[in-house]
Write a protein that binds this ligand. Structure first.
Ligand SMILES: [Ca+2]
Ligand SMILES: [Ca+2]
Length: 176
């Protein structure tokens, strides 16, 4: 009876913690119980804009170009606090980054450049996520929609036109 009570308490604890309790019956009728728990960091949500200045977040998988992603500064998040060495977009690290008022709201946002061939996206992907940490160790993440299209020469040209050098010439940048 006491043993059953112990198992019930263990089960309730496992459910409360979001873990998993599994059992294995050994020869001879002995049960082995295993508790597993995956630690998930609590990440704050931030606003990102894939391909700023374009409402269609087109990505041509297989392109040799780059895709720009902006982390936007909001009332409760300063994009300049982002430690860019920790950033991953669809599993890829940034090639380059700079501070720029992407959304024209009077504050600096973080603009990151990623090599399209590094992205871990599928032709069926409809969303991509950027993750990272701020300099004080706060975990953050943001997602935006994507439209994956076959690579056509004119689309590749448009995508590759968003190179760091092109944007640098077009906008006043604070290089990081
Ligand atoms: Ca966009
Ligand atoms: Ca801004």
């Amino acid at each position: 009876m006491r043993r059953h009570l112990y198992v019930i308490v263990l089960l309730l604890t496992a459910v409360a913690l979001g873990g998993f309790l599994s059992s294995h019956l050994h020869p001879g009728g002995r049960y082995e119980w295993r508790f597993s728990y995956t630690i998930r960091p609590l990440c704050r949500e931030v606003e990102i804009d894939i391909r700023p200045w374009s409402p269609l977040n087109i990505i041509c998988l297989g392109s040799h170009g780059v895709v720009l992603v902006a982390v936007l500064t909001t009332d409760d998040f300063d994009a300049s606090d982002v430690n860019t060495t920790t950033v991953l977009f669809a599993g890829a690290p940034p090639l380059w980054s700079c501070l720029l008022d992407v959304d024209r709201e009077g504050d600096l946002d973080l603009l990151l450049f990623f090599r399209i061939r590094d992205l871990q996206l599928e032709p069926s992907s409809t969303e991509a996520t950027l993750t990272g940490y701020t300099y004080d160790g706060t975990c953050f993440q943001g997602s935006d929609s994507v439209m994956i299209v076959p690579c056509r020469p004119e689309v590749m040209e448009t995508t590759e036109g968003s190179s760091p050098e092109t944007v640098s010439q077009r906008e006043g940048l604070v290089t990081r």
